[in-house]
Design a protein around this ligand. Structure first.
Ligand SMILES: [Fe+2]
Length: 252
């Protein structure tokens, strides 16, 4: 079982795959690496309920286009689960229908934190979301490390689920950060965040290799198991989260 939890594979929909042909090539590459489920998480910037409805209808059109192209392509299609990467720019709980942006009716939502300076409102928005019945998963949390430490601490005290991008595993500037997060049970999900075939391409195989070598095969199984639990719509209990240490025989 290999689940890619973060991707931009919908044709000509966001800044991901430019057309259906590119989508299928990204999917085929993923399939060749052993990926059997891809969570499609196109960017969504909801500021109103109308934005949510517009996003969902356009995503449906993009999905239908992809499936039509797949039919004649000969590509062995993985399971595709529809979600989105929701940008947190306001109190999302005030928007009617926000739950429709959860990943395939699971109750879990992939949330992208603001890239600019966070403030108390940022934490308040994610807190409100987490007590509204929606289970947020912070997308590529490694991008947030420059934020103020007190705000990051406040975020982590909320017991929020964390996703890290595949390419960040093994990236030299992030090794220490990821080691610490792994040790403290703070990494729960992995995804490629693939957008295209060159700069941000499918790379689950490389991450798998690195994770198994650095933290052990059990760590990889754990990350896949977590993704599976979420996609089944089941509760990922905090008491079941696991800690993994860098294997001592490896150099930094
Ligand atoms: Fe993304």
């Amino acid at each position: 079982m290999m689940i890619d939890f973060h991707s931009h594979i919908m044709p000509a929909f966001d800044d991901g795959a430019s057309d259906a042909d590119t989508s299928l090539k990204m999917i085929k590459l993923s399939r060749d690496m052993g990926v059997n489920t891809i969570v499609s998480t196109s960017h969504c910037y909801p500021c109103s309920s109308a934005d949510i409805d517009k996003f969902l209808s356009e995503r449906e059109r993009a999905y239908d286009e992809l499936m039509a192209a797949a039919q004649n392509s000969g590509v062995d299609m993985p399971e595709i689960r529809l979600g989105c990467e929701v940008h947190l720019t306001c109190d999302l709980t005030r928007l009617r229908g926000i739950e429709k942006l959860c990943i395939d009716k699971t109750g879990y939502m992939l949330v992208e934190m603001p890239s600019s300076n966070w403030n108390d409102n940022t934490i308040d928005y994610i807190y409100k979301l987490s007590i509204s019945g929606i289970k947020p998963i912070i997308a590529h949390a490694e991008r947030n490390i420059a934020q103020k430490s007190e705000l990051l601490s406040a975020l982590y005290t909320l017991d929020i689920l964390i996703q890290i991008n595949a390419e960040s595993f093994g990236a030299a500037p992030l090794k220490k950060f990821i080691d610490n997060m792994m040790k403290n049970k703070m990494i729960h999900i992995i995804g490629t965040d693939m957008h295209n075939l060159n700069t941000r391409h499918p790379n689950m195989d490389k991450a798998k290799k690195y994770i198994i070598k650095r933290y052990g095969a059990e760590c990889w199984s754990y990350l896949m198991r977590n993704a599976d639990i979420i996609l089944e719509g089941e509760e990922l209990y905090y008491r079941d989260l696991m800690s993994f240490k860098k294997k001592s025989f490896l150099s930094k």
